[in-house]
Design a protein around this ligand. Structure first.
Ligand code: NAD
Ligand code: ZN
Length: 298
């Protein structure tokens, strides 16, 4: 068992990590990838748990709270109207681009992320080879669903409608930005918009905490893991059961398990390779080792 913990400091440590991961991939064959918020931090999108493993103060919205009151919806959409700028601006980082470039090493990719960055990276990589299948386990923030009629619409269109409904909102929000959050009083003045078809409640088409992932999507992910020789976890603390269950399934089936994550994860004692290292650097190293320097990820 090549179990490693501890933080990396030098280049040689990183090279050693790359070597170990490449060796693990070579001896395992094509594996399923399970990615989490840690893969997107290098694109400027914050995760929930940092390297210390402690949760950040922000409490995520639950499905029950969201559907339970108009005030909660107002608060969610006010904050989200701001947060969307960060997501919409974010671009795939070297980690996403490497995952896309290494498609032939994967049986498929399951992502817990809702930022669409795997897909964006795959579009860039499509010109050079086959892209791996990506299942967005928790959906994608770029779509909005009506809770009454089921109509799906684009977040971009909603963003436009929200701007029109709240012409003075951004100025007020900018004023409170230094302390990093938007107070409830501010959200109280925010105008929420409803479904353009039936005036029902709109929700981002993502799985909130307290909500179940559609069964057919979960089954697809289990099938992917079961049909693979191993599972590679990239940037997830595995605190959320929704992703952790695939690690449990892989462990029960005796599949190879590797985890690359800065900081502890719930799967650490099940991994046969555990690397505590930055994803962009490790994955670009794997691309170089696989295809040579000519195909290096910038
Ligand atoms: N980008 C997104 O779409 C996004 C962002 C935040 C949360 N979420 C949602 O919240 C849940 C969070 O669970 P999770 O396990 O994915 O995330 P998490 O926040 O619980 O864990 C992320 C882990 O990645 C590590 N990490 C951060 N940057 C890294 C880097 N550059 N290299 C290596 N490791 C790094 C952190 O130390 C942490 O242990 C998921 O269900 C997801 O749907 C999504
Ligand atoms: Zn509707």
């Amino acid at each position: 068992m090549a179990f490693r913990t501890g933080r990396l400091t030098g280049v040689s440590g990183l090279e050693h990590d790359v070597e170990q991961l490449v060796a693990w991939l070579d001896r395992t064959g094509p594996v399923a990838v399970l990615s989490g918020a840690g893969l997107s931090t290098e694109s400027g999108i914050p995760d929930y748990r940092g390297p210390t493993g402690a949760a950040r103060p922000a409490t995520p919205m639950t499905y029950q709270v969201f559907t339970g009151s108009l005030q909660a919806q107002q608060r969610y959409w006010a904050r989200s109207h701001l947060g969307w700028r960060t997501i919409a601006r974010a671009r795939p980082n070297a980690g996403h681009r490497s995952v896309a470039a290494l498609a032939e090493r994967w049986t498929g990719v399951v992502t817990q992320n809702v930022d669409g960055l795997h897909g964006a990276a795959a579009i860039g990589a499509a010109a050079t080879g086959a892209a791996a299948d990506v299942v967005e386990l928790h959906g994608n923030l770029d779509r909005v669903v009506c809770l009454r009629c089921g109509e799906l619409s684009s977040r971009e269109a909603l963003d436009q409608r929200l701007r029109e409904a709240n012409p003075h909102w951004s100025a007020r929000v900018l004023a409170v930005r230094p302390d990093g959050d938007v107070e409830l009083d501010d959200a109280a003045g925010f105008h929420v918009v409803t479904c353009a078809v039936c005036a029902g409640t709109l929700k981002p088409d993502v799985v909130f905490f307290g909500e179940n992932v559609p069964a057919e999507r979960v089954a697809r992910c289990f099938a992917l893991v079961e049909g693979s020789a191993g599972l590679l976890v990239l940037g997830s603390s595995l605190t959320v059961m929704s992703g952790y269950r695939f690690v449990l399934r892989a462990a029960r089936l005796g599949l190879a398990l590797a985890i690359v994550n800065q900081g502890p994860t719930r799967g650490d004692d099940k991994a046969d390779l555990r690397l505590d290292a930055p994803l962009g650097a490790v994955l670009t190293g794997v691309v170089r080792a696989t295809y040579g320097a000519a195909h290096a990820i910038p």
